[in-house]
Structure formats: structure tokens, C-alpha cells
Design a protein around this ligand. Structure first.
Ligand code: GLA
Length: 392
């Protein structure tokens, strides 16, 4: 069975170091490494001050970085044909455009936060599939953030990691122009192996939730539908605006402070459905944590099903490929499945008993072929560690 492999960290790091040498003819000072993520449950809740429960993937992005003694910034990637080069002072909202904005934006946000960021050469590469809804952009931001933090002498304390997460969010929302909510950067910087991360965006706290999958004979299977998803194309922002309108209608600071009775009184039908998704999804996160802690996987499966239906019908962020991946996984014996991430394409996540993984993958591949969809890609989401620097 062919899965998208995370690669061996030492080999990926070596490849990034040699990519850096080829691009810039010098040796990198440090390599930052940051994982992509898959969210178990709690979708479009982060920007509503809600709860979510992501897991860091073993697939990560690496950024090899070296100081320069002028104010130039050069950014190259093993996955993008065109490097970017410019002055530190030229980086800001809307500039540069394209993939380099996620890396350059972090430098800008750290400078805005008062850090003395020098000119830099940066080379990035990694194994997080691009455009699959698995947070390749947050992995890119966080890999640059931890590397640069190391170069400017910041110790990775909780407070510093929180500051880096905020800088990465600013890079994404203000420089790259994707109005996302903070889940991806938080899990990339705070995840622990064998755990999911319960993030509370009202309290601004997070805690690890042990995910004892292996003793239960379970795996997390991620299926990338290959339907390109872009968070900057307006549909994500439109959902955010709907949620803000719902909160305003209800007279609450955020949908975290709304209840379903109130939501049912919203007179606009679309806004009501959007709010119903967010409010019910936040309560499903709490229920899922309790079920995971009780090893009640059947209940986790039911919550996945409800979550998917809510995203499909009320929030309207699914697509035929995601619906097919989810229903086929369940038909082929998955304990539960749902779409994950921002939606409009991207990936699904399924909890599957180890011995059913191959059957589920084959069933999804066959159903996609029969429907004339692009061939999907699959990966195993082994809950992995947060970002860090690799010194050598
Ligand atoms: C994207 C965003 C996150 C979050 C999810 C939906 O991944 O980057 O902030 O809003 O969508 O849960």
C-alpha cells in the first residue's frame, strides 16, 4: 500500500541543508522543523473562540536558515521553482505575494514584535503535502519561526512559543492574506507525541490529550482528495463573516458564548445554520475528549459522523470528493470519518482498526476511480512532536 511517507528526519534535514548550500553557496546556521497537522474535531471553531483537537503529523517542513550581514532576505524552496529576494524593510501586508509570503511574513511579524531580525538566507523543503488541508503553510511559518527565534537567542519557553504562534498567525493573516484562526500554528508549536492537543481559544490555553490508538489497535488514516483548497479565495472569509454576524445578532462576543436555543431564533436561515454548526461543533469537541479519555471509540465515531454532517449541511464546506472519502471509509469498516481542516477540498480523517486500513484505502481508491475523481493520496497520522530546531 503506497502512503505519503513522512521521511526520516535526519535525511530530510540533510536534504534541506544541501538544498541550502546549492541555492546560496554557503552553509546554514540552523534548521527549524515544524509539523503539519490533522484536526480530529472542532472545525471553524478557532476564530469563534471555541475548542479544537488537532494532532501533529510526522510529516514536517524544514527551514535551513543563515544570518546575513546586510538587510537582504533570500528565500528559496525545494518545492517551488521561483525564489524570492528583497529587503527586510520591504516585507509587510501584501508583500511579497505567493508562497514566500508565509516565510517572509514571519520575519515581518517578529520585527513588529520588537525582535531584532537580521537579513537572512532561508531554504525550505519538507514532506507535508501542499494544498491538502494539512497545514503546509503553518508548518512553513513555524519552521522559519523556530529557526529565527534560535538565531536571535530566544529560548523556546511556553511564553516564547505563544509569541511565535501569534507571529505566525500575523504572517498568515496580514502578509499572506489568509484570514485563518490559529489552530494550525498552535498545534505545530505545542503538540506532544502520542497526543492530540485540546486548544481553548477563549481561555488561550491548550492541554495534551493522550491518544492511545495503538493499544486499541487503531490508526488515524488521512485521505487527501487532491481537490485543491485555498483559504485565501474568499469562501473561508465568508464563513468567518457569517459567524461574526451570528454573534452580533445574538449579542455575544463570540459564538463560544452562544447556545443552541439562541441560535435557533436567528431569523436569517444561512446565518442560523452557520452558527448551529459552530455551537454544536464546540460541544462535540468536549464530548470527543471525554470519549477518547474513556477509550470509547464507538462514541468518537458517532461524533465524527455528526461533525461531518454539520460541515456538509449547515456550514457547507464539504465537496463530493470529501463526502465520498468519508462515506466509503465508514462503509469499509472505519470506526468513524469526517472531513478535516478548512474544507472546500483537502483531506478527510478516519479512525480505522489496523487490520482494516488496507481495505479502507482500497475501497476509497476504487470509489474515486468509479466516480471519475482524481486518485487520492493517503497517509498515516501518527501523533507526533511539535516544532523545534535541529542543531548539528
Ligand atoms: C484552516 C485554518 C484554521 C481553522 C481550520 C478550520 O485550517 O487555518 O485556522 O480555522 O481551517 O477548522
Amino acid at each position: 500500500m503506497a502512503f505519503v511517507e513522512p521521511g526520516v528526519t535526519a535525511e530530510v534535514v540533510d536534504a534541506v541543508r544541501s538544498g541550502f548550500r546549492n541555492a546560496f553557496g554557503r552553509v546554514a546556521d540552523v534548521v527549524g522543523r515544524a509539523p503539519g497537522r490533522v484536526n480530529l474535531i472542532g472545525e471553524h471553531t478557532d476564530y469563534n473562540a471555541g475548542l479544537c483537537l488537532p494532532v501533529a503529523l510526522p510529516h514536517a517542513t524544514c527551514a535551513a536558515v543563515a544570518r546575513r550581514d546586510d538587510d537582504r532576505v533570500r528565500i528559496a524552496s525545494g518545492q517551488e521553482p521561483r525564489p524570492w529576494e528583497g529587503d527586510l524593510g520591504s516585507i509587510g501586508p501584501g508583500h511579497p505575494a505567493g508562497w514566500a509570503s508565509y516565510a517572509a511574513g514571519v520575519l515581518w511579524a517578529l520585527r513588529e514584535g520588537g525582535h531584532d531580525v537580521p537579513g537572512l538566507d532561508i531554504y525550505v523543503d519538507g514532506t507535508v503535502p501542499l494544498g491538502a488541508g494539512l497545514s503546509s503553510s503553518a508548518a512553513l511559518e513555524c519552521s522559519v519561526a523556530v529557526a529565527v527565534a534560535h538565531l536571535v537567542g530566544l529560548e523556546p519557553t511556553d511564553a516564547v512559543l505563544r509569541e511565535l504562534a501569534a507571529a505566525c498567525v500575523r504572517a498568515e493573516t496580514e502578509v499572506a492574506g489568509a484570514p485563518t484562526g490559529g489552530m494550525d500554528q498552535t498545534v505545530s508549536l505545542f503538540a506532544r507525541p502520542h497526543c492530540a492537543l485540546l486548544i481553548d481559544f477563549d481561555e488561550h490555553t491548550s492541554r495534551s490529550v493522550e491518544l492511545d490508538l495503538a493499544p486499541a489497535g487503531l490508526s488515524l488514516l488521512v485521505t487527501d482528495t487532491r481537490v485543491a483548497h485555498a483559504l485565501s479565495d474568499g469562501s473561508y472569509a465568508a464563513r468567518r463573516t457569517d459567524c461574526e454576524q451570528a454573534a452580533a445578532w445574538l449579542g455575544v462576543a463570540s459564538l463560544r458564548h452562544a447556545d443552541l436555543d439562541g441560535v435557533e431564533r436567528i431569523d436569517d436561515e444561512r446565518i442560523r445554520r452557520r452558527a448551529r454548526h459552530v455551537v454544536s461543533e464546540i460541544s462535540r469537541v468536549g464530548l470527543a475528549v471525554a470519549a477518547i479519555e474513556a477509550a470509547d471509540w464507538a462514541q468518537v465515531g458517532r461524533l465524527f459522523e455528526q461533525s461531518h454532517a454539520s460541515m456538509r449541511d449547515d456550514f457547507e464546506i464539504s465537496c463530493p470528493e470529501l463526502d465520498t472519502a468519508v462515506s466509503t471509509a465508514v462503509d469499509a469498516g472505519a470506526v468513524g470519518a469526517r472531513m478535516t481542516g478548512g474544507g472546500f477540498g483537502g483531506s478527510s480523517v478516519a479512525v480505522v482498526t489496523e487490520e482494516r486500513v488496507d481495505a479502507v484505502v482500497r475501497a476509497i481508491d476504487a470509489r474515486f476511480a468509479a466516480q471519475g475523481f482524481r486518485s487520492p493520496r493517503h497517509l498515516r497520522a501518527v501523533p507526533s512532536a511539535a516544532a523545534g530546531v535541529v542543531l548539528r
